[in-house]
Design a protein around this ligand. Structure first.
Ligand code: SF4
Length: 334
């Protein structure tokens, strides 16, 4: 069985963008692959190092969201990155194999460096060693567990390419040690926000969280961007440029054809259309939230799932590191 490595940074609750962008896929794939989901607390600290409380508190929330969304601990190991010291060790070995200029050339890093420079001033002052080295530690996360497949969004593809480069270089110098992991693009790599933004994100303020209640959902959907040319209730409109329609589609409204036809014909008001979407969203989130509530009420069960997942990842990483140290001639006491 091939191994999938995937994960998230514990910096906030999960939203529909995460669900359709990756979680849905992970839930389906967990039955066919040996699945490891990494809670990337060390990586979260690269830009939250002054706020460890935030990272700590979100670990539990993240696990609740995973379990609520259908991640099954019988088929998936959920583990904490900082409890796998082998990853930190491997990151150090890998850091000799990547030049600083190569890290800067990574298109995703380049984009983020541009954003940070704009926000915080000159490049040197805003970019930490940890931030720049993020793709190197990601390479260690994947290879320390002998990962075959990494499901990713488009923006993460350059990081996986960098992992493959590191693997090739490592194998060329120290002998065959790792396999090259493969990036598998999620079928819905980027989910748009109700505000029309190309991406749903917590930092963009347009996220619909898996744990959102009816009041929060109503407020967000009622503020969604529709076809700006539709002024009156009976104006015909173009659903393809409407975010409400986009979400009707995403949530697989069984009346989608009717929504489309009525919108085009001008016999559907936007308020009614939004109300229908709210009901659809609530129905979609109901089983997820019920499951979340169960685990919220059983924290010991959640702790056990996390401990067992972390133990499984650790056993695997230790085995891989034996191989690494042997090939790097660092196996002094073996
Ligand atoms: Fe969008 Fe519905 Fe209004 Fe058409 S009727 S513009 S699909 S909200």
């Amino acid at each position: 069985m091939k191994t999938i490595i995937t994960g998230d940074r514990p910096t906030g609750r999960l939203h529909l963008g995460h669900y359709f962008g990756s979680l849905e896929n992970r839930v389906k794939m967990q039955y066919d692959y040996d699945t490891y989901i990494l809670i990337a607390d060390v990586q979260a600290l690269t830009d939250n190092f002054e706020n460890p409380e935030k990272v700590r508190n979100n670990v539990h929330e993240l696990v609740l969201d995973y379990l609520a969304a259908g991640i099954d601990p019988k088929h998936t190991h959920i583990y904490i990155q900082s409890y796998i010291p082998e990853v930190a060790e491997l990151t150090v070995y890998f850091s000799n194999l990547v030049t600083v200029s190569r890290l800067y050339r990574n298109p995703t890093t380049k984009h983020e460096v541009g954003q940070k420079t704009e926000l915080f001033g000159t490049e040197g002052e805003s970019i930490t060693y940890g931030f720049l080295g993020y793709p190197v530690s990601q390479a260690a996360d994947i290879t320390a567990l002998d990962g075959d497949i990494v499901p990713v969004g488009e923006d993460q593809v350059p990081h996986i390419e960098q992992t493959r480069e590191i693997v090739r270089k490592f194998n060329a110098i120290y002998g065959p040690t790792f396999k090259e992991p493969e990036a598998v693009l999620s079928s819905n790599p980027r989910i748009k926000g109700l505000d029309g933004n190309d991406k749903m994100g917590k930092s963009l303020g347009n996220a619909i969280y898996l744990a959102d209640d009816e009041e929060a959902i109503t407020k967000k959907v009622m503020g969604a961007i529709t076809d700006p040319n539709k002024i009156k209730k009976d104006d015909p409109a173009n659903p393809e440029i409407c975010m409400v329609y986009y979400y009707h589609k995403l949530l697989k409204n069984p009346n989608l054809d009717t929504v489309c036809k009525e919108c085009k014909a001008g016999c559907r008001g936007c308020v009614a259309c939004k109300r229908e979407l709210i009901q659809l969203m609530l129905a979609f989130l109901k089983p997820i939230q019920e499951k979340r509530k169960y685990y919220e009420d059983h924290p010991e069960e959640v702790k056990k799932i996390l401990e067992e997942g972390t133990e499984a990842a650790r056993i695997r990483a230790k085995e891989v590191m034996k191989r690494v140290r042997k090939n790097m001639k660092l196996d002094y006491f073996e």
